[in-house]
Design a protein around this ligand. Structure first.
Ligand code: ATP
Length: 365
């Protein structure tokens, strides 16, 4: 492979009439990587996947697979396979025949077909069901057959379009773990489309967050969650608090003045932040600490705001508080219930809200 990438997109654009579904997307997906395209409905992730598969052709830009320019090469000549949300199995055919179909069409000898089909069914942990028809299987089992049908072709890259979307929550969670383990075992590059941020965080080596046909941020799950590059990403991935304010000294740390005279410190500011600019401070609920006003301690190195607890919701492992804080901010705070498991604060309590500035980010707009 010439460039070491399984798949590369260079400034790819796809227009459907007036709609720009994919707007100058550039990606480099490594060999063996579990890479997710994540974004809200209509952002262009399925179109991006279909362009890689060869079901659509780009308006402009280039796609390389295994270092080779694809140009107008049709889908069946590309070294990829796609698994869709709706399994698209042949209903009248057995599991065996569904999985064997592609190999038989290509004239692979019977003996080889048989061993490859059994190997693929072992991989997806579905042996012993070769004679059943799809309607005699559960949703999760049908999706395993669809996976086996793709894997049996030994593609270099497997494209998955919301493959777990039709499953109920519990099964989806179990299949997420299984799919990740499977990808690890077979070592094939997976490109995975999902609008479910939790799913993308759980499974991916890297994620591209897409909005309106553009990649807003790309990186490992932890990097995207801990260091969102802008307001959209901070809001889309996990829960976060947004506090409006105005930039005072640029620091570091950056000081942001809130309404009513309070101010907070933040460790990072989005590029282009200027003194006096109207901004939003973003801080995750689990990064905020609470201190009863009578607990003592100054927390001098921390950003602090006075506040009052307006809601306390016990959630088992943790408690979620809502706090009306100085500066007019309403903040969600999550605290683990450790020790005796008793929540430490109650509705009406006056508290100090605090955080380490390195976890607070100044975002423009
Ligand atoms: P979803 O999660 O809802 O499937 P998505 O992020 O996968 O959404 P796409 O299906 O890629 O989004 O669609 C991106 C945009 O392109 C949408 O505005 C969609 O309406 C438009 N679009 C997609 N396919 C076509 C088509 N064949 N003709 C016209 N417009 C299309």
């Amino acid at each position: 492979m010439s460039d070491g990438f399984a798949v590369e997109l260079q400034e790819v654009v796809k227009r459907f009439g007036d709609v720009t579904a994919v707007d100058h997307i550039s990606l480099q997906i490594r060999d063996g990587e579990f890479f997710s395209l994540l974004g809200p409905s209509g952002c262009g992730k399925t179109t991006t996947l279909r362009l890689i598969a060869g079901f659509e052709m780009p308006t402009s830009g280039q796609i390389l697979i295994g270092g080779e320019l694809q140009g107008y090469r049709p889908a069946f000549q590309r070294p990829v396979n796609t698994v869709f949300q709706h399994y698209a199995l042949f209903p009248h055919m057995s599991v065996y025949d569904n999985v064997a179909f592609g190999l038989e069409m290509r004239g692979v000898p019977d003996k080889e077909t048989k061993s490859r089909v059994h190997e693929a069914l072992e991989l997806v942990q579905l042996p012993g069901m070769v004679h059943r028809r799809p309607d005699q299987l559960s949703g999760g089992q049908q999706q395993r057959v669809a996976l086996a049908r793709a894997l049996v072709n030994q593609p270099k890259v497997l494209l998955l379009d919301e493959p777990l979307g039709a499953l109920d929550l519990k099964l989806r969670k179990a299949m997420q773990i299984e799919l990740k383990a499977l990808q690890h075992r077979v070592g094939i590059t997976f490109i995975y489309v999902t609008h479910d941020q939790e799913e993308a965080l759980t499974m991916s080596d890297r994620i591209a967050v897409i909005r309106r046909g553009r990649v807003l941020q790309m990186g490992a799950p932890e990097g995207i969650y801990e260091h969102p590059a802008n307001r959209f990403v901070a809001d889309f991935i996990g829960e976060t608090n947004f506090i409006p304010g105005r930039v005072a000294p640029l620091g570091p740390p950056v000081e942001v003045a809130l309404d009513g005279g309070a101010s907070v410190l933040c460790g990072w500011a989005e590029e282009g932040t200027t003194v006096g600019a109207e901004v939003t401070v973003s801080i995750r609920p689990e990064r905020i600490g609470l201190q009863g006003v009578d607990d003592g301690g100054t927390g001098a190195e921390l950003a602090r705001l006075a506040g009052t607890i307006t809601q306390a919701m016990y959630l088992g492992t943790d408690t979620r508080y809502v706090i009306e804080a100085a500066g007019g901010a309403t903040l969600a705070v999550r605290m683990q219930n450790v020790g005796d498991g008793v929540q430490r604060h109650a509705v009406g309590d006056a508290v100090a809200v605090m955080w380490d500035p390195q976890h607070a980010r100044v975002l423009i707009d």
